[in-house]
Write a protein that binds this ligand. Structure first.
Ligand SMILES: *[C@@H]1O[C@H](CO)[C@@H](O)[C@H](O)[C@H]1NC(C)=O
Ligand SMILES: *[C@@H]1O[C@H](CO)[C@@H](O)[C@H](O)[C@H]1NC(C)=O
Ligand SMILES: *[C@@H]1O[C@H](CO)[C@@H](O)[C@H](O)[C@H]1NC(C)=O
Ligand SMILES: *[C@@H]1O[C@H](CO)[C@@H](O)[C@H](O)[C@H]1NC(C)=O
Ligand SMILES: *[C@@H]1O[C@H](CO)[C@@H](O)[C@H](O)[C@H]1NC(C)=O
Ligand SMILES: *[C@@H]1O[C@H](CO)[C@@H](O)[C@H](O)[C@H]1NC(C)=O
Ligand SMILES: *[C@@H]1O[C@H](CO)[C@@H](O)[C@H](O)[C@H]1NC(C)=O
Ligand SMILES: *[C@@H]1O[C@H](CO)[C@@H](O)[C@H](O)[C@H]1NC(C)=O
Ligand SMILES: *[C@@H]1O[C@H](CO)[C@@H](O)[C@H](O)[C@H]1NC(C)=O
Ligand SMILES: *[C@@H]1O[C@H](CO)[C@@H](O)[C@H](O)[C@H]1NC(C)=O
Ligand SMILES: *[C@@H]1O[C@H](CO)[C@@H](O)[C@H](O)[C@H]1NC(C)=O
Ligand SMILES: *[C@@H]1O[C@H](CO)[C@@H](O)[C@H](O)[C@H]1NC(C)=O
Ligand SMILES: [Cu+2]
Length: 567
């Protein structure tokens, strides 16, 4: 009843036709019904949380700069929120989604009308649940096409295909989450990785449903890649073929041709794939990049089949692509450090050159000593935790945005530290255990409107050094520097890339290394920054920016919608 005739037709077509080929450009309205549905993977069936019964969920297609509406109905048994990952939402954090940061959850039986407001984002973005670990199955792609009359800054591909990487547990995800909280240790690792929801040939009971991409020899395909995996950074490649990155996190890049890509949890990549090899069947494959020695990880490989059309005799079994060893930091670092913004006349960069606010923060895994009657499966009989600048973030029970807007006291504090409270050799091989125990708090950092921020994220070797994909809501930022070891405030800035740094919303801080990002705080509101590895997020590796209003009316936070979910 809320759909126009045209949108209704488009909706039916999107359902009937192969998703990757249809551009339902005209849709400004979507209906997301969050509900449980039975899915069978790895020889067993379980109920999972879905949107509209689909897994992965529906693809949202719109033009750069558009605003659309999504009605989210919660017809499930759990609280839920939905986040539009990489969508800037200027002046409107109200429907950004992270629970207890910008809203209270949408409770079972209720509905929330959410707006998505795009600005310059163009390419692949995505949406996912942002409450507890429900994003394990509640996710889908957002495709922002060039505005009508404009086009891609590369030859138009023959077809576009979403390639969404995910992670599957045989256990119910709520049980994984609750077990993880109860033990204080690492969560159970997943049983499979997935491509568009399917594990592929290398897993039991999975062969008949392996995703197939049929290609014509000589044609070029655009892979709209999303890493939706809960807890893993992934390597991805296509056997026998090189692939060319042309976009990352909804921003164009200089073409980067490689045998494989690295995609952080939370990142997206637009990748061109030229079907220029001997007609045959080839595997595309993804597997984990995991660098902490004692941390268990899912060491399996997900595959899909690239199958050339035509009449030929194919190899009996497709070959697997070369992917680096699971702990190859050089390979990952080299890839990340090679991505560059397009920085053309048509797609210019505007890297802040004059920094008004410099923040340096550690990102650490931590431990708490075992309390009375607690189960403590962290190292040495501890419970794991995580922090930024030695504060393990505690989610409040009323969302921070509501508290800020309504001047409620006692929900959060304003003293997230600008610098690490204690300077030590962050990346030393051995560190005293006393440093591992963080403070706990709900501290935000206030930014003046339009300040230019440089934020250096310093990984530490507390407990165990590991890569952290750090995501910022409400903004993309320029990654002006990446390095291994300790950030050197004198020397490292001399090596910054201020010419064509990548413009991302999620940056992978390398194991025992650092990342320097810059952005201009011109989007007032409450914006979450957090590690996109869900276990680290749950442990407290996050902080919140409150960007204050500017003086002009158009530089101020918009009022909330009337149907904000109550706590
Ligand atoms: C981990 O998985 C095993 C096997 O499925 C299960 O027995 C155990 O209860 C799980 N542990 C947690 C903490 O969920
Ligand atoms: C991961 O799997 C590969 C192939 O099955 C095996 O060679 C390797 O030893 C495994 N690595 C770890 C750390 O389990
Ligand atoms: C496929 O090729 C084989 C051998 O070249 C030929 O015998 C067969 O008729 C072809 N099939 C079709 C459907 O063209
Ligand atoms: C990576 O793993 C391999 C085999 O699992 C091991 O031999 C090697 O030392 C590891 N490298 C690093 C840098 O940890
Ligand atoms: C990684 O790079 C470092 C520094 O460039 C080098 O010393 C080391 O040998 C490399 N390791 C591997 C496994 O290639
Ligand atoms: C990546 O590795 C190649 C080959 O070893 C090297 O030439 C290049 O400089 C590296 N790039 C970065 C950004 O580390
Ligand atoms: C300790 O744990 C047990 C079992 O979980 C529970 O029955 C008991 O009440 C707990 N004791 C205290 C003092 O919390
Ligand atoms: C910090 O620790 C690293 C790794 O053990 C070491 O290479 C480096 O020399 C140390 N730096 C300082 C200043 O002690
Ligand atoms: C974090 O704070 C706690 C409590 O003040 C302190 O014991 C610990 O050493 C600090 N760790 C670091 C890395 O600053
Ligand atoms: C914000 O900063 C930009 C560039 O630094 C400047 O052009 C703009 O006028 C500023 N806006 C306000 C409201 O100060
Ligand atoms: C665990 O304890 C041992 C022995 O005290 C120590 O060497 C090791 O560093 C500790 N591990 C962690 C992660 O703190
Ligand atoms: C759902 O959200 C409400 C509102 O914040 C909260 O009171 C309730 O505890 C939540 N339920 C669960 C199961 O987390
Ligand atoms: Cu992390």
């Amino acid at each position: 009843m809320l759909l126009s005739k045209k949108n209704f037709l488009c909706y039916i077509l999107a359902f009937l036709l192969f998703d990757g080929l249809l551009h339902c450009h005209a849709r400004h309205y979507y209906r997301f019904i969050v509900k449980e549905a039975p899915y069978t993977r790895l020889c067993s069936t379980k109920n999972i949380l879905t949107v509209n019964g689909e897994f992965p969920g529906p693809t949202i297609r719109l033009y750069a700069g558009e605003t659309i509406t999504v009605d989210v109905y919660n017809k499930a048994k759990d609280n839920i929120t939905i986040h539009w990952h990489g969508v800037k939402m200027p002046r409107y954090p109200w429907t950004d989604g992270p629970e207890y940061i910008t809203q209270c959850p949408i409770q079972p039986g209720s509905k929330f009308t959410q707006k998505l407001i795009l600005t310059t984002e163009e390419g692949t973005l995505w949406w996912h649940a942002h409450s507890e670990w429900s994003r394990a199955t509640v996710y889908g792609a957002i495709i922002a096409y060039p505005k009508p009359g404009t086009s891609y800054p590369y030859p138009k591909p023959h077809a576009e295909v979403p390639i969404i990487l995910g992670e599957w547990w045989k256990q119910d995800i709520t049980a994984v989450y609750e077990g993880f909280l109860a033990t204080g240790g690492d969560p159970n690792v997943s049983d499979a990785f997935t491509i568009n929801g399917q594990p592929g040939d290398l897993y039991p009971c999975s062969k008949p449903d392996t995703i197939r991409l049929y290609v014509d020899h000589g044609k070029t395909y655009l892979l709209r890649m999303v890493n939706a995996a809960l807890n893993d950074i992934l390597f991805f490649g296509i056997s026998g073929h090189q692939i060319t990155v042309v976009g990352a996190d909804g921003s164009y890049t200089k073409p980067l041709t490689r045998d494989f890509v690295v995609i952080g949890s939370g990142n997206t990549l637009d990748v061109l794939f030229h079907a220029n090899q001997k007609p045959d069947k080839y595997y595309m494959a993804a597997r984990a990049y995991s660098t902490a020695p004692l941390v268990p990880f899912d060491n399996t490989t997900t595959t899909a089949i690239v199958q050339y059309n035509g009449n030929y005799s194919s190899s009996s079994s497709p070959s697997l692509p070369y992917l680096p060893n699971y702990n190859d930091t050089n390979a990952s670092f080299n890839f990340s450090a090679s991505v560059r913004s397009l920085a053309s006349e048509e797609y210019p960069v505007s890297v802040p050159l004059h920094v008004t606010t410099q923040i340096i923060s550690t990102v650490s895994v931590n431990t708490f000593p075992c309390g009375f009657n607690e189960t403590c499966l962290g190292t040495n009989g501890t419970r794991f935790s995580a922090s930024m600048n030695n504060i393990s973030f505690l989610l409040p029970s009323i969302d921070i945005l509501q508290a800020y807007y309504g001047h409620l006291k006692g929900v959060f504090g304003g003293s997230f530290p600008k610098f690490p409270p204690f300077i030590f050799n962050f990346t030393a091989q051995y560190l005293p255990m006393i440093l591992e125990i963080p403070k706990v708090g709900t501290e935000v950092y206030f930014l003046d409107y339009n300040s230019t921020v440089e934020f250096v994220l310093q990984g530490t070797n507390l407990v165990s050094g590991i890569d952290h994909p750090i995501h910022l809501h409400g903004y993309s930022f320029y990654v002006v520097g990446l390095g291994l070891g300790n950030f050197d405030p004198k020397k490292d800035p001399l090596q910054y890339n201020l010419i064509d740094p990548p413009f991302l919303n999620t940056v992978t801080v390398p194991k025992n290394g650092w990342a320097a990002i810059r952005f201009q705080a011109n989007n007032p509101g409450v914006w979450f920054m957090h590690c996109h590895l869900e276990r680290h997020l749950t442990w407290g590796m996050e902080m919140v920016f409150i960007v204050k209003d500017g003086h002009r009316p158009e530089d101020r936070l918009l009022p909330p919608p009337p149907d904000m979910p109550p706590c």
